[in-house]
Design a protein around this ligand. Structure first.
Ligand code: HEM
Length: 147
């Protein structure tokens, strides 16, 4: 289930995202580079130029933070996104991999910031990413059982 965050937790997430924005191009670049190294077969699902793809991931993170109070809406959007990802080669194994890697890259991205409650904030990012991937996997599951 997509997590419910308190007002204070949402402030921590949004505050750290502001710090993360200038680093996101690097973060997403590293994420895809690592993904293709670990799972070379996945590369064929993506366009040659990854710039747009990186932007989509960043936009999705921004949209998640924007609509974080609306849990039902977030769940619905993520399940739909997960359904579309079945044909994008996103397997459960890849989601499991991505949850760990993306959380780690975000941790590295924000740890240099002089943020209050850094450890808590990293934990919140982990929850957010895991919650989002879990909803996408639920969507993927419903897609493969209904088609
Ligand atoms: C689990 C591993 C994942 C794989 C292998 C994967 C792969 C892909 C591929 C191949 C595309 C289509 C690219 C194209 O048309 O050129 C795509 C699109 C997209 N991906 Fe992923 N993805 C993964 C996880 C995620 C996650 C966790 C998110 C966001 C939380 C995400 C957000 C998007 C978005 C927003 C698009 C744009 C297309 C759409 O809205 O349907 N992806 N992905």
């Amino acid at each position: 289930m997509f997590p419910t965050f308190s007002t204070n937790q949402i402030s921590l997430l949004r505050g750290s995202f502001v710090f993360l924005i200038p680093k996101l191009e690097t973060v997403t670049g590293q994420l895809y580079a690592r993904m293709f190294e670990a799972y070379p077969a996945v590369r064929a699902f993506f366009a040659d130029d990854l710039t747009e793809q990186q932007d989509k991931l960043v936009d999705t993170l921004a949209a998640l933070l924007d609509s974080i109070e609306n849990r039902e809406g977030a769940e619905k959007a993520l399940r739909e996104l997960g359904k579309r990802h079945v044909e994008f080669g996103a397997t459960t194994e890849l989601y499991q991999w991505l949850m760990v890697e993306l959380t780690e890259l975000i941790r590295v991205g924000i740890e240099g910031a002089n943020l209050p409650n850094l450890v808590e904030t990293i934990g919140l990012w982990k929850e957010l990413i895991e919650g989002a991937c879990q909803e996408m996997m639920i969507g993927a599951e419903s897609q493969s059982t209904t088609s």
